[in-house]
Design a binder for this molecule. Sequence first.
Ligand code: G3D
Length: 179
Amino acid sequence: MGFLLTKMMAVFGDREHKVIVVGLDNAGKTSILYQFLTKEAVHTSPTIGSNVEEITVGKTNFMVWDIGGQESLRASWYSYYGNTEIVILVVDSTDRERLNLTKEELHRMLAHEDLQKAAVLILANKQDVKGSMTAAEISQCLTLDSISSHSWHVQACCALTGEGLPASLDWMKSRVVAN
Ligand code: G3D
């Protein structure tokens, strides 16, 4: 039975893996989601509520939820946590002032019981902007090294060109394959 199931999955592809995209407003969440889908920059407007899209990488299917990041919406992020396998935290690498707020949101999320098994991908977005923080700086400010409870990875990227995003998808795939 197990062998048959493995064979069928090889032919038809895997089940869907739930991914949520979080981050403060203006971080680039929607731009990244559409770059994943279309490989093009799109004109975005602030996310009210959520967008959900299916992204397929090889035979791996991700259901990706883009959740609004405005202060009023952050309080309801937790309602999306159930069954989440990967959290993508998008950081605006030019926004030094609000990095501490992102750090608080990250550590609050990691403490939530529904995310205990989730892996975390931190995307240091807007790397095209001169003077933006590097992935290493962001990693240090978010105290990523202190996280031992969750598998995590930090990736520099640019949602306008797509740079760094294929590597992000590869990491996501490696995490769900590992589980
Ligand atoms: P959000 O969904 O997190 O709120 P959006 O963020 O995807 O709506 O992006 C917010 C703004 O940042 C948009 O600009 C978008 O074009 C811009 N942006 C997103 N990613 C990048 C990036 O990598 N580099 C640069 N330079 N800009 C980016 P507007 O002007 O439409 O508000």
